[in-house]
Design a protein around this ligand. Structure first.
Ligand code: ADP
Ligand code: MG
Length: 701
């Protein structure tokens, strides 16, 4: 099919006309032949089977029957009327029912002519009926392209009302093929087609609309999915290569005094192999002269902080400053305390900047940043304010990236002649290729190993009715010298309700664990930062036994002696949040526990979440379930990216194929960077078109 053919406006297709064209455009965004061809079915119905009326059972779903309309009548209802046809075959009778479109039907339905009907059957007071059946004269039915599996197209209410049924859409698609044939320009190279045993593009396009068997359909889907993912990867990798060639960065080629001193004298433990590996990747990346833009994924507790710190030391060794931005003040303070302590014996100046840093302090701090005497700045959002100016910021690290938008990230870049190297750390892991696809501009490093000696956290699910047993368990743990978190959900929209929940919870915990024997800390979003810090510190120092909190503790705090995490109303948390919270315990040598408290009535998704949490500690596994439950659309910063509006492939379900597509795209660009080999001509053409349209999807001719 020639490209110009497919750009033909849809109203020129036989059977469309201006009215239908307008509806197709407004409802489905279909403007051209090509758009219609890319309106793929979302499921298929087996149409090889014809039922007889006697074969129908109460649980029958969608069925196809051949018979005749023997009688037609209008039955009055409270409002309006319904049209009821008696439909018969040799084995029995049933009813067809319409609530609209009577006039047309009464004028056009032929009594006693053989029809093929299709639809969902209902069983009501002893009789089978089919509301709004698809209906076709047997003689016409026999002339259509024979399809074993009837495609079902995504549609809308308005289209249904305008009588643009599934069958009509299917006929229009058929019309395009009849008019133009199925000789589509190939977009893949002969070698790719043969290596992956892919069917040609025209056959695939035809088959996805009119599959002759499930096997052929699978082949068509595989081919089209591969193509879709392959071109996404091709574009991403291409863009990435350009980016690397273009965006220059500081060259950090010395691993010097500070790094080495810290590594040999002050590192309190041996790095895990994963930490070493990741550090090597980062070092290499910062040494090349291109700007680093890297995502560091690592499960909670995998030890990202030390990697961040050592990366900052590399910056300092090369004569630059570094900053680390945390999503909450508590976290920023924790990083400050932890990092200051680790660097205590060294000659490095570390500073903290948050929203509550006093003006006078700020002035001194600004001065130190400008003259370069402050080497490391830790803080919150406050450090991207315009008043903060560095002498030479060489590295920006962002902790728990899901709290920061892309815009904020790039704000950090504006402060330099060259953009600083950027390391984004996240404990919400997603499969690597998926991450690279969603965050196309980032390289990805993964810490896939926990420090040694960690005991797996035991997770249980308990109903509210078992609360007394849970209290007893908590008391036993406190007796053993452990500390406990009790966490309540936080819903931004109803801060007052959350506050009440939290206070009710606090009171019941306080009643159960009375002073002076027991000490309780409380932290929530409505407290002043200073009060939060005070309460937090009492818990960190071990002065209090229980920390009652909203999710402000969700990310990052580190209290190794805390061994029990009780999560109240656990059904109100998402999986990744639950996993983050659980990650607050299990940091010391003791056996740790996570107790998920819920009401007794749980929806299916909530049940799946509880089961997932009790059955695994693996953040990657949890992330995958989470993605399946929520869909990837929820992932930070990706909602508007458009990258998720795939036509055939699914980034989650087709993750394996995504990996395959990426490696083929990589190999291709390595061997033929300009796509100039004759074998790759089809790819080059499709790719050029795609770049021209600045869209990942409009590349198809
Ligand atoms: P996260 O990746 O969740 O930010 P942290 O960096 O807070 O994890 O590390 C969790 C805990 O593990 C900290 O107490 C840290 O000191 C400790 N830790 C990190 N790396 C190692 C290691 N290689 N060996 C032993 N303990 C480590
Ligand atoms: Mg952390």
């Amino acid at each position: 099919m020639s490209a110009s053919d497919l750009q033909t406006p849809i109203e020129y297709l036989k059977g469309v006309g201006p009215n239908r064209a307008a509806l197709l455009r407004s409802e489905l965004g279909i403007k051209t032949y090509q758009d219609l061809l890319h309106h793929f079915p979302h499921r298929y119905i087996d149409k090889t089977k014809y039922y007889t009326i006697s074969e129908l059972v109460k649980s029958s779903a969608e069925v196809q029957i051949v018979g005749k309309i023997v009688h037609l009548k209008s039955v009055p209802m409270k409002r309006g009327s319904r049209l009821v046809a008696t439909f018969a075959d040799e084995t029995g009778k049933m009813e067809l029912v319409w609530f609209r479109g009577h006039k047309y039907l009464q004028e056009n339905l032929k009594l006693n002519a053989p029809y093929v009907i299709f639809g969902k059957v209902n069983f009501y007071s002893g009789i089978f009926s089919m509301p709004h059946p698809e209906l076709e004269l047997l003689s016409e039915h026999e002339q259509n392209i024979r399809v074993a599996m009837q495609p079902v197209y995504p549609s809308t209410e308005k289209l249904a009302k305008a009588n643009i049924t599934n069958r009509i859409i299917s006929k229009l698609v058929q019309q395009i093929f009849m008019q133009s044939g199925k000789n589509f320009a190939e977009t893949l190279s002969p070698s790719l087609l043969s290596q992956l045993a892919l069917i040609d593009r025209g056959t695939a396009m035809f088959t996805i609309h009119f599959p002759e068997s499930p096997q052929l359909l699978a082949k068509a889907q595989y081919r089209l999915k591969f193509e879709e993912l392959f071109f996404i990867q091709l574009q991403l990798i291409h863009k990435n290569l350009l980016h690397k060639a273009k965006i220059k960065g500081f060259v950090f080629n010395t691993v010097g005094e500070q790094f080495n001193e810290f590594y040999s004298k002050h590192l309190p433990f041996d790095l895990t192999n994963a930490q070493k590996h990741v550090l090597k990747e980062i070092r290499h990346n910062m040494g090349t002269g291109a700007q680093m833009n890297r995502l560091l994924q690592g499960d909670v507790g995998s030890g990202k902080t030390i990697v961040a710190l050592m990366t900052m030391l590399i910056a300092i060794d090369n004569g630059y400053q570094a900053c680390l931005m945390a999503p909450t003040e508590i976290l920023a303070i924790q990083h400050y305390q932890g990092i200051s302590e680790l660097l205590e014996p060294m000659d490095i100046k570390v500073a903290l900047l948050t929203g509550s840093t006093k003006t006078a302090e700020r002035r001194i701090l600004h001065e130190g940043l400008r003259d370069g005497s402050v080497h490391i700045l830790l803080g919150t959002h406050a450090l991207i304010e315009d008043t903060v100016q560095f002498k030479n910021l060489g590295l920006a690290i962002i902790d728990e990236q899901h709290r920061f938008g892309v815009a904020q990230r790039s704000k950090l870049w504006k402060k330099n002649s060259l953009p600083p190297h950027v390391l984004v750390m996240t404990a919400t892991p997603i499969p690597r290729t998926l991450a690279m696809t969603l965050y196309g501009d980032l390289d990805v490093s993964v810490i896939d190993e926990l420090p040694p000696g960690r005991k797996a956290i035991k997770t249980v699910h308990r109903y509210d009715s078992n609360r007394l047993k849970v209290f007893k368990f908590m008391r036993d743990e406190i007796q053993k010298g452990r500390q406990i978190y009790v966490v309540y959900p936080l819903i931004q929209e109803s801060a007052t309700l959350d506050y009440k929940d939290l206070m009710d919870g606090y009171e019941s915990v306080a009643r159960e664990f009375p002073a002076p024997e027991f000490q309780i800390s409380i932290v929530h979003g409505q407290m002043k930062p200073a009060d939060k810090e005070y309460e937090m510190n009492r818990f960190v120092k071990g002065e209090t036994h229980i920390m009652v909190a909203t999710t402000v503790i969700e990310v990052g705090v580190n209290v190794p002696n805390a061994s029990v995490m009780v999560i109240e109303s656990a059904e109100r948390f998402g999986l990744s949040q639950l996993h983050q919270l659980r990650g607050r315990v299990g940091r010391g040598a003791d056996q740790s526990y996570c107790i998920l408290m819920t009401g007794s009535k749980l929806g299916n998704d909530s049940k799946t979440r509880m089961q997932t949490m009790t059955s695994t500690n693996d953040g990657f596994e949890i992330a995958e379930v989470d993605l399946k439950l929520r869909g990837p659309g929820d992932l930070m910063g990706t909602q508007q990216s458009g990258i998720l509006q795939l036509k055939v492939a699914d980034l989650i379900r087709d993750n394996d194929l995504l990996n395959i597509a990426r490696s083929y795209a990589q190999e291709l660009l390595k061997k033929d960077p300009n796509l100039s080999q004759s074998d790759n001509l089809p790819i080059a053409r499709a790719f050029a078109k795609m770049m021209k349209h600045k869209s990942l999807w409009n590349y198809i001719s």
